[in-house]
Design a protein around this ligand. Structure first.
Ligand SMILES: *[C@@H]1O[C@H](CO)[C@@H](O)[C@H](O)[C@H]1NC(C)=O
Length: 406
């Protein structure tokens, strides 16, 4: 009895400790403590080892699916037709994974050259099927940066799952591989994860530097423009490139290249700039989770949660061509209380919608919705291989036969 009580309480205690930096714990957060999947992550923290034998409880609470993921897009999913059509349209020039989940087992066939990123999807599907019973489904995952489906809603778009969406495509958007991996590897990875950001939000608001901050590589022209802007306005904006890869390296215009800065040091500054790179900048969840106010670049790219983010509530928007950025920074300087409120609302958003439990529930709900639309059976097709669960060698449960010495 006592042990049971302890086990029940432990996640709550740790949960509260980990979030003690939050000024208030919203009722939603408290509700989430009881979600079945939270303790898994907590045990992971306590034991510092992967938990392999996970229960198959169904996830509770309903996640808020990004409406655009389904609205007007996919009217009926026909795995037979997709197997043929998607491969014909995209299989030659792009890198795709064709998955079938049958009886909660994961099967895969990859298409295309660059399929290294399947590891993220494989790992997540295996993790999800250890936790819940997924419906039988068959679907395609686009392993590249850019979304693929350019057909309009009226032209029968093919259902393709992608990590990033754009205003001119119809792909079904999942949480990015980066965020997904951050969830799977919580506390176990050397790079960023959503949990670690909770404990590294920098000095209190009042002690933060009232400047905008940005570091990154040159993966979009606007990033170069941002650096130029910073060089002309160093009292407002500290922005520098850490790497040249996409554009010709012109030190006189965009230099000097600077060393990497720990992401946690970003939060010494009040104003955090989010400018897109090749696609959406996948750092946005981490920036929101920190305690600076996020300035978000308007762009055609979006992640699974953007539709729920509101300008002037969770972030301060600025134009695609950066023409109003300085003005917006000045606004924040002149309206410190409001800027702080936006910073905290953004943080609350991240804590409510972008932590591990939300990501798991988002995927689960997404696959459920998808299954409801399937009009033919999901089949394990020729050439598909079973993706096996990792071997449970840390906790071998089967008792080995030992000689009876006692
Ligand atoms: C993309 O679409 C969103 C939502 O409809 C809109 O707010 C945004 O301004 C668009 N961005 C661009 C650059 O077209």
């Amino acid at each position: 009895m006592l042990r049971k009580l302890f086990l029940l309480m432990m996640p709550c205690i740790i949960f509260v400790i980990r979030r003690s930096k939050a000024a208030t714990v919203s009722p939603e957060c408290v509700c989430e403590v009881s979600a079945q999947n939270i303790p898994r992550i907590i045990y992971y923290i306590i034991l510092k080892m992967p938990i392999l034998r996970e229960s198959r409880n169904t996830l509770c609470c309903s996640p808020r699916l990004q409406k655009k993921a389904y609205q007007n897009k996919v009217t009926g999913v026909d795995p037979d037709r997709n197997a043929h059509e998607i491969l014909q349209r995209f299989g030659k020039r792009h890198s795709l994974c064709h998955y079938t989940i049958k009886n909660n087992q994961v099967y895969i066939k990859t298409h295309g050259e660059h399929v290294r990123f399947r590891i993220f999807m494989d790992a997540f599907l295996l993790s999800l099927t250890r936790k819940v019973k997924l419906p039988d489904i068959s679907f395609f995952v686009n392993l590249e940066d850019w979304p693929l489906e350019k057909r309009q809603a009226s032209e029968k778009p093919s259902p393709i799952f992608s990590w990033c969406g754009s205003n001119d495509t119809q792909d079904i958007v999942m949480p990015t591989y980066d965020l997904t991996e951050s969830v799977l590897e919580t506390m176990g990875r050397v790079s960023l994860d959503m949990m670690s950001v909770q404990g590294h939000t920098g000095p209190a608001w009042e002690q933060k530097i009232s400047k905008a901050f940005w570091r990154g590589r040159d993966s979009r022209k606007e990033r170069l423009e941002l650096v130029k802007l910073a060089r002309a306005n160093p009292d407002m904006l500290d922005a520098a490139l850490t790497n040249f890869f996409f554009f010709k390296h012109d030190e006189s215009l965009y230099g000097p290249l600077v060393k990497h800065v720990s992401f946690f040091d970003f939060f010494k500054y009040k104003y955090q700039i989010n400018v897109d790179g090749t696609v959406a900048a996948y750092r946005l969840p981490y920036l929101l989770a920190g305690e600076g106010v996020v300035f978000k670049h308007d762009s055609i790219y979006y992640e699974h949660f953007y539709k729920q983010l509101q300008p002037w509530v969770h972030y301060i928007p600025f134009k695609a061509d950066l023409s109003d950025l300085l003005e917006k920074i000045q606004w924040a300087r002149d309206h410190d209380e409001e800027a702080k409120r936006i910073a905290l609302a953004g943080q609350r958003f991240a804590r409510t919608h972008l932590m591990g439990d939300s990501i798991f529930r988002y995927y689960f709900k997404l696959f459920q919705k998808y299954a409801e639309l399937q009009v033919t059976e999901a089949k394990v097709r020729d050439g598909m291989d079973l993706v096996e669960q990792p071997k449970d060698e840390l906790f071998p449960c089967a008792r080995k036969k030992v000689r009876d010495e006692l």
